[in-house]
Ligand binder design. Structure first.
Ligand SMILES: *Cc1c(COP(=O)(O)O)cnc(C)c1O
Length: 391
């Protein structure tokens, strides 16, 4: 069980406000904050190279911490500066050729879609959308009918940016693999709030960010690549971290996923990421998931009873993102008025998840995403604050 009071004491940012934006950019612990600031201070005292050398052991252990979180070996983890970067490192490493097909789903994230549409423009690929069933799940029959040997990649989103729904992944992966397609999973909104095991999911690659549910500093993220796939992949632009210049016209690449990394990076940010991931591992992801779901369920149930509020999450398996609209006010107004009442939420607009929002005729939704450090009392406060706006 998570000691709520102890966790709240480690998170001063959650005391004076009801913080419901861990799907946007969460609150780090004071310990993580001190790790980051302490390292920046050390860099100013002795220079960045010596400061990094002092922390070499912790930096080298970061992939192992992430590997424990994902259930994979550390050499399959590449560190990046965001989820989008991690995701596009994988996509741009694939050897695209004209006529290759890419399948995306209704909950695709804008940044991913833009990168894929660039593949269509630059490389002559074709991007097609797999329909979603009324239950919010990918329509497997429709997908089977769309698959052929030209489909090189299926892009899946585990939890969309505008809904708590957790997509079923293993069945989709199995189907894609039967046609020889690779599966890339955007786990940006699931890592840190849900147990994620890359072996059980079966995906070929997975991307995630630090600043959301992991409570790590901004500018951090990572990519997992399945071993069998990694061997054949070359990053579009390797540097002297991922490769070695061995002769006038020759170079070699590292054997591990770090071939996708660049030499220069935010060392303080990575130390902060390590601290945040280790904290989560200490708490136990199962306990974190249970508490996040508990808070989100309480919020969703509370809001569902407020006249004039409509819950916008579709599907059965709903996680820590609670999305809703209020008849009496636009989402931006709801966000502003909640902030006045001491409740921090965000707004997810159609441009982030265009296909899904257009299909449902939505311009934007309010998104409230409670982490385990939000107290049950604060959830009640948030419901009361929404009630006042909805009147
Ligand atoms: C936030 C988000 C991203 C992008 O993460 P960055 O770290 O900002 O690149 C990608 N996919 C989903 C579903 C997201 O919610």
């Amino acid at each position: 069980m998570i000691d709520l009071e102890a966790e709240r004491a480690l998170t001063p940012g959650c005391i004076d406000q009801v913080f419901l934006d861990s799907a946007g950019s969460s609150l780090p612990t004071t310990r993580t904050l001190e790790v980051v600031i302490g390292h920046l201070r050390r860099e100013a005292e002795i220079g960045g190279y010596r400061a990094a050398a002092e922390r070499a052991d912790d930096l080298a252990a970061l992939p192992a911490s992430i590997g424990r979180l994902l259930g994979c070996d550390p050499d399959l983890v590449a560190l990046a500066d965001s989820a989008t970067r991690a995701w596009s490192l994988f996509v741009t490493a694939l050897p695209w050729k004209p006529g290759d097909r890419i399948l995306i789903c209704g909950n695709e994230y804008a940044s991913n879609a833009i990168t894929l549409l660039q593949r269509a423009r630059f490389d002559g690929c074709q991007v097609d959308v797999v329909p979603t069933g009324p239950d919010g799940e990918i329509d497997l029959d429709a997908m089977a009918a769309m698959l052929d040997e030209r489909v090189r990649l299926v892009s899946l989103v585990h939890v969309a940016t505008n809904s708590g729904h957790v997509s079923k992944i293993p069945e989709v992966v199995e189907l894609a693999h039967a046609f020889g397609a690779l599966v890339l999973l955007d786990a940006c909104q699931s890592i840190g709030q849900l147990g994620v095991d890359v072996g059980a999911l079966g995906v070929d690659a997975l991307s995630a960010t630090g600043r959301k549910w992991l409570r790590a500093p901004r500018g951090t993220g990572f990519l997992y690549i399945r071993r069998e796939v990694l061997a054949d992949l070359e990053p579009a632009a390797a540097d002297l971290r991922g490769g070695e210049w061995t002769g006038t016209t020759s170079y070699t690449l590292r054997p591990d996923a770090a071939r996708f990394e660049l030499w220069e990076h935010d060392v303080a940010g990575r130390l902060g990421l390590k601290d945040a991931v280790d904290h989560l591992l200490d708490l136990g992801i199962d306990d974190v998931e249970r508490d996040v779901r508990d808070r989100a369920d309480a919020l969703r149930t509370g809001l569902a009873h407020v006249p004039g509020v409509e819950i916008r999450d579709v599907g059965k398996d709903l996680s820590g993102l609670v999305t809703f609209t209020v008849a009496a006010a636009e989402p931006d107004q709801v966000k502003a008025r909640l902030l006045e009442a001491g409740v921090t939420v965000s707004v997810s607009s159609a441009s982030s998840t265009l296909l899904d929002m257009r299909e449902r005729g939505l311009e934007s939704v309010v998104r409230a995403s409670p982490h385990y450090f939000v107290s049950p009392d604060q959830i009640d406060q948030a419901v009361t604050a929404v009630e006042k706006i909805a009147r």
